[in-house]
Write a protein that binds this ligand. Sequence first.
Ligand SMILES: [Zn+2]
Length: 391
Amino acid sequence: MKLNRIQQEEVLSFAQQLIRVPGTSGNEGQVAPLVNQKMRELGYDQVQIDPYGSVIGVIKGSRPGPTLLFDGHMDVVPIREPEQWSCDPYGAVVVDGKLMGRGSADMKGSLAAMICAASYIDRAAFAGTIIVSASVAEELMPGRALEKILDTFTADAVVIGEPTDLRLGFTEKGRCTIAMNARGRVAHSSRPELGENAIYYAVNAIDRIKAAPLHSDSALGSEVIELVEIRSSPSPGNGTVPDQCWGLWECRLLPGESEQALLARLANCQKDAKWQDKISFTIETIDIACYTGKHLVGKDFLPGWKGDENSGIYRQMQAAIEKSGIPLIHWPIPYGCNALASCGLRGLPTVIFGPGNVECAHKPNEYLEVRDLWKATEVFGLAMELNGVYA
Ligand SMILES: [Zn+2]
């Protein structure tokens, strides 16, 4: 599949339209109607908005075959440094072949490419069903909106369109947020020996966790277990030895790590310490209010995954990339995304592929090379046309 001039213009102009409507996580209410309308204009067989606000479009081929789901998120991160932008972050201007703006690379360009590609393929020629989902709230909580979509729509394989700079993402670190609680006993600060200072317990526990060896993997490198926040109580603590200290650990975990194993590792670091029974670890819960009023709630633990090179979707995407004429480069994904739900939680064969470089995402002057946007549209279309061939 090769895009003609009119299709190139359509993909670019739809990406621009999406960028011009800001929508952070939970505020995609202006973006969703654009997607809904575009899918209808493009002749999707079925388009619906789910209770959480994700838009799902379905196109059926001419004969039976597998269902392939393409997913891209509609939400973007907020603008933090407006003065550092050389253009309007929501202007979506094209400068020197680059589409500028928040969400150009992550990932409204890719979303436009997937939505358009599904309507450019020859319906008479492909097998099975193509689903394109424009999901909500990925930036705050990867995976949860896609899980809800997969509860309703059964898919045999999934392509996540996150920016990979047109490389094929085949493995991804998992993520988890863990709250650490240290419990002590209050006392007047002039007589600390009468209490138990929870901060000291926490500091010692932190030292032990930092001293423990980290796991590593040949593709993904080292796992990450990083303390990002600490608080104590009472606060202000004038005159009082604190009886509570709370810390937050963010983890990027390798495939194979489970909730129970991680909690056991952290607890094990405290073994034989005198504060051992004063420290507890729990996995955090995230609750996001969607623009529809519904809430996405879930434990913040999503396991990492490693794709199977012999799976149909893996060979299908490789063939599409080769046919499109771009080099086939495999890439271990350094960030967390919706694939953590489709593959990490559910074990569905998943690959990640999209235009744009993640290094410019979430930053001032985010951009997407327009030629990569068009190339990605062609790869998505080629993969859709090959649906069922590599099952
Ligand atoms: Zn993204």
